[in-house]
Write a protein that binds this ligand. Structure first.
Ligand SMILES: Cc1cc2nc3c(=O)[nH]c(=O)nc-3n(C[C@H](O)[C@H](O)[C@H](O)COP(=O)(O)OP(=O)(O)OC[C@H]3O[C@@H](n4cnc5c(N)ncnc54)[C@H](O)[C@@H]3O)c2cc1C
Ligand SMILES: NC(=O)c1ccc[n+]([C@@H]2O[C@H](COP(=O)([O-])OP(=O)(O)OC[C@H]3O[C@@H](n4cnc5c(N)ncnc54)[C@H](OP(=O)(O)O)[C@@H]3O)[C@@H](O)[C@H]2O)c1
Ligand SMILES: *[C@@H]1O[C@H](CO)[C@@H](O)[C@H](O)[C@H]1NC(C)=O
Ligand SMILES: *[C@@H]1O[C@H](CO)[C@@H](O)[C@H](O)[C@H]1NC(C)=O
Ligand SMILES: *[C@@H]1O[C@H](CO)[C@@H](O)[C@H](O)[C@H]1NC(C)=O
Ligand SMILES: *[C@@H]1O[C@H](CO)[C@@H](O)[C@H](O)[C@H]1NC(C)=O
Ligand SMILES: *[C@@H]1O[C@H](CO)[C@@H](O)[C@H](O)[C@H]1NC(C)=O
Length: 539
């Protein structure tokens, strides 16, 4: 678990490096936040009950904050909450991630929905509230178990390296229950206290009240009323001194903007054939793993792959994971308009950018990734806030914080830092002090390992990643020293560095699974995407 902690801290650090110049003025009076918030921080909201939000909520409860945890899904688990529900059709074309829902003028208010209201089935209305659900039935992790282990509920020693999402989901729920945060937990020790967790509850808006210096969250909860076959929608607001955003990296699935795709999306299923020709669009982890999973059942698998923006071991590993029967073709230029929408897409024609075309496709799977946006600032289109401290506190207003469970195990340190700053037992240093000197040298091999472990989503940052693992260790050491120095001076428990054994396990895993798989990719029909010869992993 060691290593993960290193990771988020490390990412935060980079954002600081990018942004600190703009924000230096905030720190003309270092330490002004130590116990000197506008008023003491008591009520804290945590948004999201994935691995990151659960850890934040548990830590804050431990520090005697009054915590409310809001999660749009009916249960904890985040990304790992698997659902058998048929996923809702994505929007064609992509909806902007910042397109906002209409909030009722009068709040609180309750509304009831019946089957067919506004053209929605009750099922779709329910599913829409907590999509996307990115995990599929036979998904396994692509990281070693030390990457996905939460404190207090260790995996049994015989648990394998790589886990099915069912195991992960139960693990996350165990952790939630251990802290009495699960959807059906009853916590008799505090019967009078308000419930901490509110599931099926979406945070629709996060705003700061300039007069009271508090955060107002606009909340929307759905409840299925099965007896009367209706859905109850409740709207209300709650006020907090501080907010943790732990909403994860996936706001919605990404539908690429390809000419003709909207027309094809209207096609109704034609005759169902058992052995289909399936076209998978994308070449990353979902694309290759889904190709593997369907390969025994599909007649023919074609993958449309475009040249990567950046070569990395992660990308090469994904390419190597496609089943050996995959036919690789270049990027799609356009979908030729269909003659009819009532008979599937088999007779349709797809133009590729190299001038060739494809026909006879039965199914298309878009494995084209996700889009995300921070919940604050409003209408944000950035994947995550860019001006944050190593704890996740926003530089512009440290009563707001951001955390991400990638990797999960950094969460306990980060949450501890959040709690300490808000209770006044730690002070956020000037951003410059959060920087660590990067040792000289270049080992792209490790760099790629790290990319594989989680920096993929910070595409801009990825370009500037320092290559050395020592740097990351230096960073985690600095962070832990900061925590412990603060405890020495202002009170609080001491924390230990992550165990070195975990770091070694992660290195070993990366060598075996990310790097060892990327050799020998020549001659499988990928020449057109110019991965270059030699299976090199350097970028
Ligand atoms: C298919 C797939 C496979 C993966 N495999 C691995 C793997 O093998 N190993 C690994 O380490 N990582 C993997 N990941 C990465 C995964 O994101 C992390 O493991 C982890 O789930 C991130 O934790 P989190 O708590 O930050 O976010 P999430 O787990 O995404 O949780 C965020 C939660 O916030 C909720 N939420 C969002 N917006 C709102 C709102 N407005 N109001 C209320 N609630 C909201 C969401 O419903 C969700 O429950 C995978 C991701 C995908 C998509
Ligand atoms: N545990 C597992 O086995 C597992 C399984 C699935 C996912 N995951 C995790 O989930 C996260 C998301 O992975 P993901 O694979 O769903 O998304 P992703 O990594 O964002 O990949 C999306 C892919 O779609 C491609 N793409 C987008 N538009 C395209 C177009 N018009 N034509 C062709 N290709 C197009 C992208 O190409 P470019 O690269 O050129 O943009 C990229 O290859 C990752 O962290 C991954 O590790 C894990
Ligand atoms: C392709 O993969 C299948 C199943 O893993 C294997 O049986 C077969 O020998 C492979 N074929 C080639 C040409 O590598
Ligand atoms: C386009 O790419 C496909 C897949 O590699 C190939 O079979 C076809 O010959 C190419 N067409 C042209 C015109 O180059
Ligand atoms: C959403 O983002 C787009 C692109 O950044 C922008 O043009 C648009 O105005 C934004 N919409 C809102 C409601 O802020
Ligand atoms: C965000 O978008 C909503 C809806 O378009 C709009 O009413 C609101 O004013 C926007 N907020 C900001 C800060 O731009
Ligand atoms: C890497 O692959 C080679 C060749 O397939 C194999 O001999 C070797 O044992 C693998 N290394 C590890 C660490 O698994």
């Amino acid at each position: 678990m060691a290593f993960h902690r290193v990771f988020l801290v490390f990412i935060s650090f980079w954002f600081c490096v990018f942004s600190h110049k703009q924000f230096q003025t905030v720190f003309e009076t270092p330490g002004k936040y130590l116990g000197t918030f506008h008023h003491p921080i008591r009520r804290v909201a945590v948004v999201g009950a994935g691995p990151a939000g659960l850890q934040a909520a548990a830590e804050l409860l431990d520090h005697s904050f009054t915590v409310r945890l809001f999660e749009r899904a009916p249960h904890p688990g985040g990304n790992w909450l698997y659902s058998e529900d048929t996923p809702l059709r994505e929007s064609y074309p992509d909806k902007p991630v910042n397109s906002t829902l209409e909030i009722p003028a009068q709040i609180p208010t309750n509304k009831y929905y019946h089957e067919g209201d506004d053209g929605w089935t009750l099922n779709d209305r329910w599913t829409e509230h907590w999509r996307p659900r990115p995990v599929w039935y036979n998904l396994f992790t692509n990281s070693p178990k030390v990457s996905t282990e939460l404190p207090d509920v260790p995996y049994a020693p015989e648990t394998p390296w790589v886990l099915s999402h069912h195991t992960i989901q139960r693990h996350v729920r165990s952790y939630a229950s251990h802290h009495c945060l699960n959807s059906n937990d009853h916590c008799p020790a505090t019967p009078s206290a308000p419930r901490v967790a509110s599931y099926s509850t979406r945070v629709e808006k996060v705003e700061k009240d300039a007069e009271t210096h508090t955060w107002i969250l606009t909340l929307r909860r759905l409840e299925r009323l099965r007896e009367s076959n209706r859905i109850l929608e409740e709207w209300w607001t709650e006020t907090f001194d501080a907010v943790v955003l732990a909403t994860g990296p996936y706001t919605s699935a990404h539908v690429p903007d390809i000419e003709g795709i909207v027309d094809w999306s209207k096609a109704k299923e034609g005759e169902i054939t058992a052995c289909k020709t399936v076209l998978i669009v994308g070449a990353s982890v979902s694309a290759s793993e889904i190709a593997r999973d369907i390969s025994p059942f599909a007649h023919h698998i074609i993958a449309s792959v475009r040249p990567p923006k950046e070569r990395s071991a992660r990308r090469l590993r994904s390419l190597s994971r496609f089943p050996n029967v995959t036919e690789f073709v270049p990027e799609i230029a356009s979908f030729k308009p269909l003659k009819t929408h009532t008979d599937g897409i088999r007779s349709g024609e797809i133009h590729l950018i190299n001038g060739s075309s494809l026909q006879g496709i039965d199914e298309i799977i878009l494995a084209t990734g996700y889009r995300s946006a921070a919940l604050y600032p409003p209408n944000s289109t950035t994947r995550r806030p860019e001006n944050i401290h190593w704890t996740g506190h926003y530089v512009t207003d440290p009563t707001l914080a951001y955390t991400l469970g990638r990797p999960w195990t950094i969460g306990r340190y980060q949450s501890y830092g959040l709690a300490k700053v808000w209770e006044g037992t730690a002070r956020l240093p000037p951003l410059e002090e959060e920087e660590v000197e990067i040792p000289e040298g270049d080992v792209p091999y490790w760099r790629d390992m790290w990319l594989g472990e989680g920096v993929y989503w910070v595409h801009i940052a990825a370009k500037y990643l320092p290559p050395l693992i020592f740097f990351r260790l230096a960073q985690i050491r600095r962070y832990i020293t900061w925590l412990n120095d603060a405890s020495l001076e202002h009170g609080g428990r001491f924390v230990e560095s992550p165990p070195i054994a975990n770091l070694e396990l992660l290195k070993y895993y990366s060598v075996v699974h990310l790097l060892n798989n990327t050799m020998g990719l020549e001659g499988i029909g990928l020449d057109f995407i110019s991965m270059g010869a030699g299976g090199g992993i350097q970028s």
